[in-house]
Design a protein around this ligand. Structure first.
Ligand code: FES
Length: 78
């Protein structure tokens, strides 16, 4: 699985290859493991809404296994 993460503030896109043992991670956990500074003050329990994507979904509630190959997700503030 490959996903594309775009920061609308920086206008930068990064492609990430997701390995099979990362498929059970949520997007917040995955991007933090790649040193992408996704915001969170609730530590991924869907309370703070800081991890929201430009598509208005919580990245802590998006699971990599549910994404399609080549899917693009953006963050307004990255
Ligand atoms: S990290 Fe707080 S809502 Fe996702």
């Amino acid at each position: 699985l490959q996903i594309k993460i775009t920061g609308l503030a920086s206008k930068k896109s990064t492609l990430f290859d997701v390995s099979s043992n990362e498929m059970n991670l949520n997007l917040l956990e995955f991007l933090r493991s790649k040193d992408m500074p996704v915001a969170s003050s609730c530590d991924g329990v869907a309370l703070c809404h800081k991890c929201v994507t430009s598509q208005k979904e919580l990245s802590c509630r998006i699971y990599l296994k549910d994404l399609n190959d080549g899917e693009e997700i953006s963050f307004d503030y990255l």
